[in-house]
Design a protein around this ligand. Structure first.
Ligand SMILES: Cc1cc2nc3c(=O)[nH]c(=O)nc-3n(C[C@H](O)[C@H](O)[C@H](O)COP(=O)(O)OP(=O)(O)OC[C@H]3O[C@@H](n4cnc5c(N)ncnc54)[C@H](O)[C@@H]3O)c2cc1C
Length: 351
């Protein structure tokens, strides 16, 4: 009976590996190496993301920060891995960020906890700077993002003295996305440091709208897709006009925005291989954009997730689910992806 159970588990694991194969690099860092090497054959760079699920305890946050540091060291010794990535909620509890965001006073204990969160980030930044690897901090939900911005901006001031090492993320589906970006730029200019920014449209639209509705608040998200597009394209143009102290990584599958960025670069006489401008897509998605841009000499980097399958399956499934109701180029791709997953599931059931 037990042998039968083990057999079922191993069949299921093989099936899951096959199902998600195009979208993740493997279970371990070592397993991710062929994917990184394959991409580099097309002059496409990689940044590796270890699937860390929700963490709750201080020990878990410490461990997560160590994982990020290990990945930074790995990036430093691996060809074609110039960046690494970290989520704020892997270094600290979201309730703490939310409380700071809501400008509520912290207890003495919470102040100490917050110090520990900052130190975890700082240790990652130190490794990033020492080894000349960029560190991207992901953007998450609106009700904690100001608190995250605060930490990341302070770290930029500390570490981005001669160039951008630490990158914050700005979500341009936010009505105030461009205001936030310009405030960050204004601080970087006044305090003489380099602003590193990942620009994205934003991944939590449904959640944000539901939360705002539930709390009878005005939604922070643009009313229409076209408003988000305008915001995003404005942000791209703004950053490309201020490269003297801004470096950007454009995380998008939107062809129009990517073409627009290359046109502005040409107009501003920015070389395609300028190290202050990167284009980025997810592994297995919008490869046509990634490979064409790389062929034309632009800096292109794929977000490459890896980790144990039980952690990756919810991540990959959620990604597809989050996006199916969203109008946009990547959502069409995700619908196709879901269809493909469904097709593969049906084939597997029939076997
Ligand atoms: C390399 C990379 C890194 C990323 N990192 C982050 C991150 O740190 N944080 C994060 O939140 N997301 C992140 N994302 C996801 C990103 O925010 C988008 O969800 C995703 O890329 C789809 O947007 P798009 O630019 O590819 O283009 P499109 O497919 O053209 O646009 C889809 C996006 O437009 C917006 N949108 C769609 N419909 C509407 C509507 N009716 N009204 C208003 N806006 C609408 C939504 O933001 C939606 O995701 C990342 C994506 C990439 C490729």
């Amino acid at each position: 009976m037990k042998a039968f159970g083990n057999l079922r588990l191993s069949v299921l694991q093989r099936f899951q590996r096959w199902l998600f194969k195009p979208f993740y690099a493997g279970t371990t860092l070592q397993e991710s190496e062929p994917t990184v090497a394959q991409l580099s054959n097309y002059d496409v760079f990689s940044y590796l993301n270890y699937a860390i699920e929700d963490s709750w305890h201080e020990k878990e946050f410490d461990k997560n920060s160590q994982i990020v540091q290990k990945l930074l060291l790995h990036a430093a010794t691996t060809k074609n891995v110039p960046f690494s990535v970290c989520k704020a909620t892997s270094c600290g509890h979201k309730h703490l960020f939310q409380k700071i965001n809501a400008q509520q006073p912290l207890t003495d204990d919470e102040k100490l906890t917050h110090e520990r969160v900052i130190n975890r980030f700082r240790e990652c930044c130190k490794v990033a700077k020492a080894h000349d690897v960029g560190l991207l901090i992901d953007a998450e939900e609106y009700n904690m993002q100001f608190a995250v911005d605060q930490i990341v901006m302070d770290l930029m001031k500390e570490f981005n003295t001669s160039k951008a090492v630490v990158y914050n993320t700005v979500q341009l589906y936010l009505v105030d996305g461009n205001d936030r970006l310009q405030q960050m730029h204004s601080r970087a200019t006044t305090e003489s440091f380099h602003l590193g920014l990942k620009l994205v449209r934003g991944a939590y639209m449904q959640k944000e709208r539901k939360r705002a509705q539930k709390l009878s608040l005005t939604s922070p998200i643009c009313k229409t897709k076209s408003d988000t597009d305008t915001n995003f394209n404005q942000a791209v143009a703004y950053c490309l006009d201020h490269l003297s102290n801004i470096s950007i990584l454009l995380g998008s599958h939107n062809e129009y925005s990517m073409i627009l960025a290359t046109e502005i670069m040409k107009k501003n006489k920015i070389k395609s291989w300028d190290e202050r401008v990167w284009f980025s897509q997810l592994l297995g998605m919008s490869d046509h954009i990634s490979f064409i841009l790389a062929k034309k000499g632009y800096n292109v980097i794929k977000f490459v997730p890896f980790g144990p399958l039980e952690k990756l399956v919810p991540y990959l499934t959620r990604r597809a689910e989050e996006n199916t109701a969203i109008a946009g180029q990547s959502s069409r791709e995700l619908v196709l992806l879901q269809r493909e997953i469904k097709r593969r599931s049906t084939v597997a059931k029939a076997l």
